[in-house]
Design a protein around this ligand. Structure first.
Ligand SMILES: Cc1cc2nc3c(=O)[nH]c(=O)nc-3n(C[C@H](O)[C@H](O)[C@H](O)COP(=O)(O)OP(=O)(O)OC[C@H]3O[C@@H](n4cnc5c(N)ncnc54)[C@H](O)[C@@H]3O)c2cc1C
Length: 382
């Protein structure tokens, strides 16, 4: 048997992607007042403007409002937007994973109802997977769905749901209730629903993060009714579907570009003639970034070929988040600055914000240990 390996073929971005890059930079210049450091702001108008440009759902079929452009062109859009600190939150989850999930598993009616609106930047989705006591252990989900006349009734709770307080829909991962039966196969019964967050019985409460900001939430579901036509895919097939969705979540360049502006600021502060130690430290960060980017573009190449680069995406996410966690550490070592969130000094506030943000990088979308388990499996080691 051939030894399983990771593939990171060298890939060049095609000329049309480079042309698009210039267009994106123009657009970013026009919206300069909305760009910011590492905030990922929520701005529906900006998402609609991107939708008008045709920059959401770029690779989706035209039939559903998509643009049938290449994974490379999509890559360039995301890359430029992240580097500029654009407010992508209103559409990013939909573009990255909810839209592709609906296109893959949805009914014709669901595709027609949701996908064009997602592509227009008019609909915000969030991800209802994690719960108290089942984050990494997603198979331990305790939110239950019961079949009732005309639909399903859901009871349970979700935790850490990013943006739920501003989203229109959640793709909610539940288990079908099996009366009096113990789960033999822990993955059995998993089922996903397209849940309208305005439905009666939903209570969304804020969880304030380390930065004092309202980013994620807990959601309580009490006898929430979901009609039959909002079941996503097949009842009981949710485990396969949810792992596919996680692969979409892990394959994007947002896993190493969130702090790019901080790196740029460090280079500016070092000036044209840095001392040897500073040059070495910055050189290391820059070369690591170059390598991560090559790997990530290579993944875009595999997506373009219709391949499934799950394992490669796990490697990039693991290395990328390690890299982003190093940036604030190096920043503190190189230039003596007292970190202060609200400081007038840009560097002081950047250090504070990035230091407080850094722990999340290796937790969201699958923790470091979980990713390494996936990588080990990909290498045939477990
Ligand atoms: C900023 C942010 C945004 C998020 N947004 C969302 C969202 O929108 N929707 C959503 O559903 N979730 C979201 N999450 C939740 C995230 O997916 C979970 O926090 C993550 O999966 C870990 O789960 P947990 O918090 O329950 O920790 P646990 O699973 O309890 O893990 C605790 C520690 O134990 C380790 N561990 C657990 N199991 C194993 C194992 N089998 N082997 C080795 N080590 C293990 C973990 O690596 C970790 O270090 C978000 C999290 C963050 C930080």
């Amino acid at each position: 048997m051939a030894t399983p390996m990771f593939r990171f073929d060298p890939v060049e971005l095609p000329p049309e992607a480079q042309t698009l890059r210039m267009e994106v930079r123009e657009f970013i210049k026009e919206h300069e007042h909305l760009m910011g450091f590492s905030k990922g702001e929520f701005n529906r108008d900006f998402s609609r403007a991107m939708g008008k440009k045709g920059w959401i759902g770029m690779t989706w079929p035209k039939q559903y409002g998509g643009h049938e452009r290449s994974a490379f062109e999509r890559y360039v859009i995301i890359e430029e937007m992240l580097v500029a600190g654009a407010p992508l939150s209103a559409h990013y989850t939909g573009d990255r994973q909810s839209g592709p999930s609906i296109l893959r598993y949805g009914t014709e009616e669901q595709k027609q109802t949701f996908v064009p609106k997602l592509a227009a930047g008019e609909l915000t989705f969030c991800i209802g997977m994690s719960e108290p006591n089942s984050g990494s252990d997603l198979a331990g989900t305790r939110t239950r769905a019961v079949k009732v006349d005309g639909g399903y009734k859901i009871n349970g709770s979700k935790l850490w749901t990013s943006g739920a307080h501003r989203a229109d829909y959640a793709i909610m991962f539940c288990k079908m209730a099996q009366e009096g039966q113990q789960d033999v196969d822990r993955h059995a019964g998993g089922t996903q629903f397209l849940l309208d967050l305005k439905a009666p019985g939903i209570d969304i409460r804020p969880v304030i993060n380390l930065l004092g900001e309202h980013h994620f939430n807990e959601i309580f579901l009490t006898d929430v009714f979901v009609p039959d036509n909002r079941l996503l895919g097949k009842e009981g097939n949710g485990w396969n579907q949810v792992t596919g969705e996680l692969a979409f979540e892990r394959s994007a360049p947002d896993r190493f570009l969130v702090l790019f502006q901080m790196l740029r600021e460090m280079i500016r502060m070092a000036g044209p003639n840095p001392d040897k130690a500073t040059a070495a430290a910055l050189g290391k960060l820059i070369s690591q970034l170059g390598t991560l980017r090559n790997m990530s573009v290579s993944i875009a190449g595999m997506l373009q070929e219709g391949e499934n680069p799950n394992n490669e995406a796990a490697v990039v996410k693991d290395l990328g988040t390690r890299y982003e966690q190093d940036i604030p550490v190096v920043a503190r070592q190189l230039f003596q600055t007292e970190p202060e969130l609200e400081a007038a000094d840009l560097y002081a506030s950047m250090i504070a914000r990035s230091t407080m943000n850094a722990p999340r990088f290796s937790i969201q979308g699958g923790t470091r240990e979980i990713l390494r388990g996936i990588i080990a499996r990909g290498l045939g080691l477990r």
